[in-house]
Design a protein around this ligand. Structure first.
Ligand code: ATP
Ligand code: MG
Length: 331
């Protein structure tokens, strides 16, 4: 794997609080990597260290194999889009996009060409002469993206760039950013706390918690084999069950409810009581209460209506799942 950037034992301490705790991370070149995790886990801090706005307390950051730990931001050749993408209101779209190029002393002709190329890439060539206030939120977002791309950055850093957009536009922009990444072959690092966004957009996904990396890998690999309960929880797994072999999880789509008591030679077979049945047309979501020591846990089954047995609340059932659908977790 060709690395565009690397974190080596990087720590960031603010006062007596450790925001990033000894992380090692490789950002593959020409791919889209997401940093995913709950609020406060250190995503923005990591990105800011990579961009050079914050210096690590300890550890090294390499860009293109060169130690960049002490390099100022403007020397790193990175493009960045923040959550609040702040376009200059008095400048036209084209002037906004040209801004970074002007700062770098790019000549007029080259500048015009790059502005046109960048705006074309984000589908806004026809709006070059407009002012930002005459654009929709999604269009403004694209201008910010074009502005970052225009400088032909080694790395494009995006910190929650879609969080200001409404749900539909957000989904559209996910596809847009992926397309742009494919067409340009840019290395992109995107910060998000939305697991759907990360799963859909990433080549490589990095899950963080409390300043540490919990798991890194291709979305399908992480999703099919979450390393621990935190990762599983974050990716929307439900149904955590303690078994003789330790903690396991099983997706609701893989839970089959059998009326009455049955025993299975393999896999999961837990006696329980139906608590709730949510009929949703094509599928049915059923919640079952299963005794667990002196307490009870709720397990969920989510199957196609035509495959679901007819059940009623209060009915005794067995919660079953095949061995291959049980995922072992460390706590
Ligand atoms: N300059 C600072 N001084 C003190 N604490 C800071 C500073 N910057 C960040 N922190 C703390 O470090 C932790 C990580 O912050 P960071 O902004 O990296 O989180 P995040 O993962 O980006 O969260 P969010 O999803 O909410 O943006 C937080 O607890 C935050 O309060
Ligand atoms: Mg943040």
């Amino acid at each position: 794997m060709n690395a565009a950037a690397q974190f080596e034992s990087v720590t960031q301490v603010f006062g007596d609080f450790t925001a990033v705790d000894d992380i090692d991370l490789t950002i593959p070149a020409g791919k889209l990597t997401t940093l995913l995790g709950p609020s406060g886990c250190g995503k923005t801090t990591s990105l800011r260290m990579l961009a050079g706005y914050t210096r690590p307390t300890s550890g090294r950051i390499l860009i293109d194999g060169v130690d960049a730990t002490r390099m100022p931001p403007e020397k790193r050749g990175l493009g960045m889009v923040f959550q609040s993408y702040a376009l200059f209101p008095h400048m036209t779209v084209a002037e906004n996009v040209a801004y970074g190029l002007k700062l770098r002393g790019t000549g007029r002709k080259e500048r015009d060409a790059r502005v046109a190329e960048s705006l074309q890439l984000v589908g806004l060539g026809h709006l070059a002469a407009r002012k930002p206030r005459a654009l929709s939120g999604g269009q403004q977002q694209r201008v910010a993206l074009a502005r970052a791309i225009a400088i032909r950055p080694k790395l494009l850093l995006l910190d929650e760039p879609l969080s200001n957009l409404d749900a539909r536009l957000r989904v559209q922009m996910r596809a847009e950013i992926r397309r742009i990444q494919h067409e340009t072959g840019l290395t992109v690092v995107l910060v998000t706390h939305d697991q759907d966004e990360a799963l859909e957009m990433s080549d490589e996904m990095v899950l963080m918690r409390a300043g540490r990396i919990m798991q890194q890998g291709a979305p399908a690999d992480v999703f099919s084999a979450p390393a621990n309960r935190f990762v599983a929880d974050f990716l929307g797994y439900e149904n955590f069950v303690s078994t003789a072999d330790g903690l396991v999880t099983v997706r609701p789509e893989h839970v089959v409810l059998v009326p009455g008591e049955t025993s299975a030679a393999e896999g999961l077979a837990l006696p329980g009581t139906v608590r709730d049945i949510a009929y949703r047309g094509v599928d049915i979501l059923t919640t079952v209460e299963v005794p667990d020591g002196s307490e009870a846990i709720l397990l969920r089954s989510h199957v196609r209506a035509e495959e679901a047995p007819r059940l009623t609340p209060g009915q005794a059932v067995t919660v079953t799942a095949r061995p291959r659908h049980l995922i072992a977790l460390t706590d």
